[in-house]
Write a protein that binds this ligand. Structure first.
Ligand SMILES: [Zn+2]
Length: 479
């Protein structure tokens, strides 16, 4: 007898979309069949008639429970919301796996002391989430600054232990990794079968534009897009792509923000390079004009929100496959710290976003632009799973996969208000957004965790996930 059967929903599998039944045994999907094909005697039956059943969302880019720089918040000891709060919001938003970050960023405090080992930092980070997560979680590993040869030497072991992706920044001092160290990191990651997650901005452009705007008394926060600008993205993406070509390294560009970034990715892919792009859901809605509204920098995440034609290029890229994933860069604080900094050097990055991505993506792509449901699943779950080494354990409704499922009601239209959301925050940039559909039930590995607007999961449910990127993902563009 099956533990659970979900019946009557429009089910999105890798092979087909249609009215199907899903049978669950323990933590796994045991069977998927056309409607009426599964035996009636299950421990529990859930009726999903009129609703869409999709794999649990995967958030490929989140910053949970980390210190907010005092230059941004104006006060010491502010942290982004902790795992318990962020994963609760995620569960309500139809997200069952969070990819956050681990890394030793204490560069200035460290002085000449050696960096901590990758495995010890990973273990400390797992401790922050363990027993405090309603969803599963895993971490990109951040390599920062002038990374020591000893640390680069640990990459192979880290990949063996299930760390499949390494994050670097090409700007922001002191965490920026110079091109020299980067070439060594790229080579080592390629050798061991990992993938690079890259925050690419041309540091010299960012620094030059910062000084120029300060000199010209134009350093107001609403000019952030002139500092973190289109030229910077164009140059940085192309430098990273060229470097990756030398070492045969797979690249996942986090937060693509400009038409130039989309074009650089498309050209690399056309030439056969395994290069993939992510877009954040706030970049699909807002433009730099919105920065000028009262409290307008609440929408800001670094690099910076750009122009209408950039927004349109990101949307088009997600529609036609030049871009692979949606993410949020989740970084939830309260409104006070978020809006404290008001200059190009002090505006707080990130936003309260993990809960709204799936309904916003459904509205923008399926409801408004007729995207297929399979493509919708690709850009909210399956592609992140494939690129970051979780597929098909995650991101697929098929026998053997984890029973991470979301029942999404396309008939539940709502104008988003803060009261609908579950983050530990007092603002949402999505307040007033007309969403054409909403997740109504979330299951994590066979267990219902959100039902009837209530959290019924436990913060001990979430587990750390080992990852391994499949060889084809890092040898050619596969999604
Ligand atoms: Zn980020």
């Amino acid at each position: 007898m099956l533990d659970l059967v979900i019946k009557g929903g429009q089910v999105v599998t890798p092979q087909a979309v249609g009215e199907m039944d899903i049978g669950i045994q323990g933590e796994k999907i045991a069977a998927v069949g056309w409607s009426g094909s599964l035996a009636a005697d299950a421990g529990r039956e859930i009726d999903a008639t009129g609703k869409i059943v999709i794999p649990g969302g995967i958030e490929p880019h989140a910053h949970i429970g980390i210190p907010v720089p005092s230059e941004w918040s104006g006060q010491p000891d502010i942290m982004t919301q902790p795992p318990q709060d962020a994963s609760r919001a995620a569960a309500f938003g139809g997200v069952t796996t969070i990819v956050d970050f681990a890394g030793d960023l204490s560069l200035e405090d460290r002085g000449d002391a050696p960096a901590k080992s990758i495995m010890s930092v990973l273990e400390e980070r797992r401790d922050v989430f363990r027993t405090h997560a309603y969803t599963d979680y895993t971490f990109h590993y951040i390599l920062a600054g002038e990374v020591a040869p000893e640390t680069i030497g640990e990459i192979g072991e880290a990949v063996q232990e299930g760390v499949a992706s390494f994050k670097i920044f090409t700007t922001f001092h002191p965490i920026r990794v110079p091109y020299g160290q980067l070439s060594a990191i790229f080579a080592e990651v390629a050798k061991h079968g990992g993938i690079m997650a890259v925050h690419a901005e041309e540091d010299e452009i960012v620094r030059y534009m910062t000084e120029k705007l300060k000199r010209e008394n134009r350093a107001q926060g609403y000019n952030l897009h002139l500092v973190h600008n289109n030229l910077s993205e164009d140059l940085a993406f192309r430098h990273v792509i060229r470097l990756a070509q030398h070492s045969g390294t797979g690249i996942y560009f986090v937060h693509t923000t400009a038409k130039e970034g989309v074009a650089a990715i498309a050209e690399a892919r056309a030439a056969g390079q395994p290069v993939y792009g992510e877009a954040l859901h706030n970049y699909l809605e807002f433009t730099c004009e919105d920065y000028k509204k009262p409290g307008g920098t609440a929408i800001h995440t670094y690099p910076a929100i750009k122009f209408a034609d950039d927004r349109d290029a990101l949307i088009a890229g997600l529609m036609d496959g030049r871009l692979a994933t949606t993410a949020t860069d989740e970084y939830t604080t309260h409104k006070g710290p978020k809006l404290w900094g008001d200059t190009i050097e002090t505006v707080c990055g990130g936003h309260n976003g993990i809960e709204t991505r799936i309904p916003v993506a459904y509205t923008k792509f399926v409801a408004e632009r007729n995207m297929s449901l399979q493509r919708f699943v690709d850009i909210t779950s399956a592609n992140a799973a494939r690129l970051l080494g979780l597929y098909p354990q995650k991101g697929a409704i098929q026998p053997g996969s984890d029973a991470d499922l979301v029942i999404f009601d396309p008939g539940l239209h709502k104008t988003i208000s803060l009261d609908d959301l579950h983050a530990n925050s007092d603002y949402s940039i999505w307040e007033g957004y007309a969403s054409q559909g909403w997740p109504v039930m979330t299951l994590l590995r066979g267990k219902v965790i959100v039902e009837d607007g209530k959290l019924v999961g436990s913060s001990t449910d979430g587990r750390w996930l080992k990852r391994r990127v499949s060889g084809d993902v890092i040898s050619r563009p596969v999604v």
